[in-house]
Design a protein around this ligand. Sequence first.
Ligand code: UDP
Ligand code: MG
Length: 200
Amino acid sequence: MIIFQRCSLKRILQHAQCYLRSLENSKSLARAFPSVLLHGHRNTSSVPGIAERTLIAVKPDGVQRRLVGKVIQRFEQKGFKLVGLKMLQVSEDLLSQHYRELRTKPFYPSLVHYMTSGPVVVMVWEGHNVVQTSRAMVGQTNPAEARPGTVRGDFSIHVSRNVVHASDSLEGAQREIQLWFQGQELLTWTCCNHTNTYEE
Ligand code: UDP
Ligand code: MG
């Protein structure tokens, strides 16, 4: 009986040590996070820029029209990796920082009204050249000029209701990701079909 109790106690202590070690590991991961947040995971692949990240948002009109799934599907089918996703009602404060370059434009007040009129779904996608490629996938700002096959070209008509947002540059993407997401909301994970997407 005493031997049995010692054995179980030993096992419990081993489990506790193991748990403490895993806690320590996750703390050091969290400390390393800021650069992971901006640049994705460390690039161990031979493909340059594979961990580039961009911010994509389905705007209130897209959410109301049940287009969230279609937008996500396009990015998934392309082969990009989803590393962050959330739905929120945007505050005017966040929006004014997001669209800070547009504050003096005549359409700015109506843009704020539209963007705060309902929930948005905001995402971070990762992959080679994702900033430039996703701008091409989203299409021109004015849907009248957006080509068929693009999100705006296929799902919208007017510039004031153009369904999606996509960061327009690497610097813009990094700024917007920091603005919309906390570090711990973005995940670093390995796709099981990596070698079918990139040549190593
Ligand atoms: N917008 C608008 N009227 C305009 C131009 C822009 O309502 O004449 C809105 C539109 O929703 C657009 C957003 O403002 O997506 C941001 O404008 P930007 O020029 O940054 O275009 P985007 O980067 O979204 O293509
Ligand atoms: Mg823009």
